[in-house]
Design a protein around this ligand. Structure first.
Ligand code: SF4
Ligand code: SF4
Length: 247
């Protein structure tokens, strides 16, 4: 049983079940040269409430500890993103402050339905849209998909004059942010809008995350079926993305 600062995820295999216990909070620390400088590592490790530092991820006990790690990282010139696992009874508030931070460091994966919606909005074919605005990505070694290109500074290709150019049809990932479902855990990102505005109930967050999770799972299943037919990545993406027509 997890304590109040932890969350359990259960992974079922063919002949075993693995229970993994994670801290409810972690901080993803990034530096321009990718590596966390040794001095900063020491400071993170010695900060109160830090359980461990694995690669660029600091697992911490409380939100206050996460804020402290973020302070250490940012004062050393790095970037820090705080993730909290959503649990029943937690307090979740959000109101977008339109700061553009999420669009400035965007890694946005698209599903076929989203490609149709955005290409229609832009008045181009899905194939042309993909060629011009997307690139191939294989997130976490999973099925390949397409992601939005970024400008040289890492900002989303559709982030212009501090606005989203495709706001009415923006992808699902952007729509449910700061909620991120990943590997059986629903993460809540502490961006400048978190803790402000209206309260999000646990079941509402779970519904939003669940809808996204199902869409992504359906895509993975379709990809897997085509892979098992012996097709290569290029032809699978052609089938799933470029040949899609209006739905
Ligand atoms: S979602 Fe958060 S990071 Fe993105 S613009 Fe709104 S407040 Fe800023
Ligand atoms: S699609 Fe729009 S909301 Fe999403 S990252 Fe790009 S600019 Fe931001």
């Amino acid at each position: 049983m997890a304590d109040s600062t932890s969350v359990e995820i259960i992974k079922s295999g063919a002949d075993s079940t693995l229970v993994v216990q994670l801290s409810r909070f972690h901080v993803l620390c990034t530096f321009p040269e990718d590596l966390i400088p040794p001095r900063v590592k020491d400071e993170i490790r010695s900060a109160r409430g830090v359980r461990s530092l694995a690669g660029s991820v600091a697992w911490v006990d409380t939100l206050d500890s996460a804020f402290r790690v973020r302070e250490v990282v940012e004062s050393a010139g790095g970037k820090a993103k705080i993730y909290e696992a959503v649990v029943s009874g937690g307090e979740y508030r959000f109101e977008c402050q339109r700061c553009g931070k999420c669009c400035s460091e965007a890694y946005i994966l698209l599903l076929p339905r989203e490609v149709v919606a955005i290409s229609e909005y832009l008045g181009v074919s899905p194939g042309l849209f993909i060629d011009e605005f997307c690139e191939i990505a294989s997130p976490h070694g999973g099925p390949s998909t397409v992601k939005l290109k970024t400008h040289g500074d890492g900002s989303c290709i559709f982030f212009e004059d501090h606005e989203c150019r495709i706001q009415p049809v923006k992808p699902g990932e952007c729509r449910i942010y700061p909620i991120i479902p990943h590997e059986g855990v629903i993460w809540w990102v502490h961006c400048p809008g978190s803790g402000m505005g209206r309260r999000y109930g646990f079941y509402e967050i779970r519904r939003l995350a669940g809808e996204r999770y199902r869409e992504v799972s359906n895509y993975s299943a379709a990809y897997g079926r085509l892979l098992s037919e012996g097709r290569d990545e290029g032809s699978i993406l052609d089938i799933l993305f470029k040949k899609i027509e209006k739905t």
